[in-house]
Design a protein around this ligand. Structure first.
Ligand code: HEC
Ligand code: HEC
Length: 198
């Protein structure tokens, strides 16, 4: 497949009076019809805007190798990346990473402070590790460790539950082990807190 000119697409947006989506390249639209306008997330498809580029790439690889095998990944993403060449994948990852993310703010606000405590300190007596050390003080992520702040409550909850149910990630991910110690109350608190983090 030919390399897609994302910069050209941006120039096209500036140059035209058409609706803004019309200026997005076909490659971007192949993703945003599910991931929402500006890749801010839509129903079960998570926000990609502001996500770490190395993480987006690692997940594309993980979908392609069928390592990330939870139901929605299998149903939606295995096909969506099957024909993606590696240059386009890199361009898309950089493009989405550069879009400023909007917070979902859709968790239960009464659980947020409990979630924050677990995020920062873990619960040592229940073998729950703190999330802070890897995901960063503001849940902004680092290198290929994802940004969690402002992702949708439903998405975060689903991911944390599914690892506990035995679904996989890319190889060597600590998350199935981390999540296996979380109960339903901890998951709701963490997902609520994180949905409000900017
Ligand atoms: C048919 C709908 C659909 C299309 C098209 C689609 N996605 Fe997805 N995508 C999803 C859903 C649903 C998920 C959530 C999977 C899950 O819950 O595990 C997802 C998850 C992802 C993730 C993981 C995000 C995270 O935070 O872990 C990445 C990266 C991703 N998609 C990239 C892309 C790219 C790049 C494209 C375009 C080439 C694309 N998607 C096209 C529906 C879609
Ligand atoms: C040892 C480092 C480490 C710790 C500790 C850790 N994580 Fe992660 N986390 C990762 C890595 C690496 C990934 C990406 C690989 C993957 O998705 O399996 C990830 C992915 C995630 C995702 C998926 C985000 C998305 O966009 O799909 C969520 C949600 C998550 N972690 C939540 C947590 C929570 C909540 C805690 C604390 C209870 C935690 N993590 C502790 C390293 C860590």
């Amino acid at each position: 497949m030919k390399r897609i000119g994302l910069k050209m697409a941006i120039v096209a947006i500036l140059a035209s009076s058409a609706p803004s989506w019309a200026g997005e390249s076909a490659a971007v639209r192949n993703c945003t019809w599910c991931h929402g306008t500006g890749a801010q997330g839509y129903t079960v498809a998570p926000r990609l805007a502001g996500q770490r580029p190395q993480y987006i790439l690692s997940q594309i690889r993980s979908f392609r190798e069928h390592a990330r095998d939870n139901p929605f990944s299998k149903q939606y993403m295995w096909n969506a990346v099957a024909a993606l060449d590696s240059q386009t994948a890199r361009d898309l990852a950089n493009y989405f990473a550069a879009i400023p993310p909007k917070g979902a703010n859709d968790g239960d606000s009464t659980l947020a402070s409990r979630g924050r405590t677990i995020y920062l300190e873990g619960i040592p007596e229940a073998n729950i590790v703190s999330c802070y050390a890897c995901h960063g003080p503001n849940a902004e992520g680092v290198r290929d460790i994802p940004r969690l702040g402002g992702l949708a409550y439903f998405y975060l909850k689903g991911r944390l539950e599914q690892w506990g149910q035995g679904y996989h990630s890319g190889t060597e991910s600590p998350m199935p082990m981390v999540a296996s110690h979380l109960g339903p109350n901890e998951i709701e608190a963490l997902a609520s807190y994180l949905s409000f983090v900017k």
